[in-house]
Design a protein around this ligand. Structure first.
Ligand code: IPM
Ligand code: MG
Length: 371
């Protein structure tokens, strides 16, 4: 067997982060065993648990391990325990700094209705079946990283955050948007608020300027308020959505709900260094430690990691198929339960996916990939 040898840093984080990360690590280990790869997995603290252990949401050792890794898999950060902390010292700031230090400027969030889950979408089945969009979110700039502060004004308090984008920042993420559209159905919708915001006008002009380089891609622009409505009314019109950091954060949660649950959606953050992979859900502290969170977003993030960072396309596809087969067999975590299905915990769902993965790889299945 011609296996690859890679190092993956695991950043479990807070709340349900550790459970879903360990579930994904188990599937990665299965995959390594079945295909003859060697994945060294190193765990490091981030977020609130890193604040508690090391006094910082992104300890130096964690950052260095990530910079030296081939890829990074993160669970989730944040929780009420750290709510009183100021913005720059919260668990979330550890994640934002990590994204910046890794130079990951684009975040891919594929949102697709998995066939077995049509009944739980809040959309009517005929609309839900068209939910298949890849959100290309700018990740290293915009209001998340702009100038911010607090001021005293006439005795009262005021605070500000700044949305700002440079042409190179827009160009590099827009190019990814065009390229992802080329690899899919050749339709790109760029989302902005160009009727109000200066930065959005620059965004729109820059995207338009690049469009002639991609003649096979049909480009449209939508204002973000309209885009939020259109996703619900007619999701089938979207192939690739290109958005700023903040709009992408909001629209991806909305789209995720249409696919059945935010617990299902993976993401890949790519840029200059190692890729960072994380489910798009939060740390859901109320679910932590109860064996009831959905591991699928994290497991599908692991599949994205194999595809985007290691070029292991067959392995990624096998994991995705195993997820669909576990769902097809009726296994459901509580967030995706429906009548006639078997509600199980995170452990049992992960075991079901692991079982399906080894079945897919049985020679009798006729797949014969890598075995
Ligand atoms: C996400 C999350 C993060 C973000 C938070 C935790 C900083 O909501 O990845 O979507 O806003 O980017
Ligand atoms: Mg979010």
């Amino acid at each position: 067997m011609n296996g690859v040898k890679k190092t993956i840093v695991l950043l479990p984080g807070d709340g349900i982060g550790p459970e879903v990360t360990h579930a994904a690590a188990r599937i990665l280990a299965d995959c390594a065993r079945e295909f003859g790869h060697s994945f060294a997995m190193i765990e490091q603290p981030i977020g609130g648990s890193a604040i508690d252990r090391a006094g910082s949401p992104l300890p130096e050792e964690t950052l260095n391990a990530c910079l030296a890794a081939d890829a990074v898999l993160l669970g989730a950060v944040g929780g009420p325990r750290w709510d009183a902390l100021p913005v720059g010292r919260r668990p979330e700031s550890g994640l934002l700094e990590l994204r910046q230090r890794l130079g990951v400027y684009v975040n891919l969030r594929p949102v697709r209705l998995r066939p077995a889950l049509a009944v739980i979408s809040p959309l009517r089945p005929e609309r839900a079946s068209h939910v298949d969009v890849e959100i290309v979110r700018e990740l290293a700039g915009g209001i998340y990283f702009g100038r911010r502060g607090r001021e005293a004004q006439n005795g009262g308090e005021s605070a500000f955050d700044t949305e700002s984008y440079s042409v190179p920042e827009i160009e590099r993420v827009a190019r990814v948007g065009f390229e992802r559209a080329m690899a899919r159905h050749h339709r790109l919708v760029s989302v902005d608020k160009a009727n109000v915001l200066e930065s959005s006008q620059l965004w729109r002009r820059t995207v338009d300027r690049l469009a002639p380089e991609y003649p096979d891609v049909e480009l449209r622009h939508l204002y973000v308020d309209n885009a939020a409505m259109q996703i619900v009314l007619n999701p089938g019109q979207f192939d690739v959505l290109l958005t700023s950091n903040m709009f992408g954060d909001i629209l991806s949660d909305e789209a995720a709900a249409l696919a059945g649950s935010i617990g299902l959606i993976p993401s890949a953050s790519l840029g200059f260094g190692p890729g960072l992979y994380e489910p798009i859900h939060g740390s859901a502290p109320q679910l932590a430690g109860k064996d009831c969170a959905c591991p699928i977003g994290a497991i599908l993030s692991a599949a994205m990691l194999l595809r985007e960072s290691f070029g292991l396309l067959k392995e990624a596809e096998c994991i995705e198929r195993a997820v669909d087969r576990a769902l097809g067999a009726g296994f459901r975590t509580p967030d995706i339960a429906s009548p006639g299905t078997e509600v199980v915990g995170l452990e049992a769902m992960t075991a079901a996916i692991s079982r399906e993965l080894s079945r897919i790889l049985q020679p009798t299945e006729g797949y014969g990939w890598g075995v």
